[in-house]
Ligand binder design. Structure first.
Ligand code: FES
Length: 121
């Protein structure tokens, strides 16, 4: 099972293949996901210190490029837990003042992922 090292929170073993945003939340970290996991809001963003995935969905790349954040952060709703990762969640519910984190993202990545190699972006 992959291990998530979540800066400021702890280390968690999570099921192989689980969607990262849901793995983070189910580990007890109150990460935001305001658009429900559709690569639209960027509130699920994380900053990697190790294990950044070498592929990304076309939706993630497009949204982060639009925000000028490609290369700085990644969207946890567009990542699958298939290896160990170390990162910091950028936005949490407790620090946001919002009433809830957003709709629960589906188990599978949405929209339907089109994978791209990060090196070719
Ligand atoms: S971009 Fe909105 S939850 Fe990931």
């Amino acid at each position: 099972m992959p291990t998530l090292n979540v800066e400021g929170f702890g280390s968690y073993e999570v099921p192989e293949g689980k969607r990262l945003v849901n793995a983070i939340e189910d580990s007890g970290v109150d990460i935001l996901h305001r658009c429900g996991g559709y690569a639209k809001c960027t509130t699920c963003r994380v900053e990697f210190s190790a294990g950044e995935p070498d592929q990304a969905t076309a939706a993630e790349i497009a949204k982060l490029q639009e925000k000028g954040e490609w290369g700085n952060v990644r969207l946890s709703c567009q990542i699958v837990c298939d290896h160990d990762m170390s990162f910091k969640p950028v936005h949490t519910l407790s620090e946001s003042g919002l009433p809830d984190p957003g709709p629960r993202p589906e188990d599978q990545i949405t929209p339907e992922p089109e994978w791209r190699a990060v090196d070719n972006v």
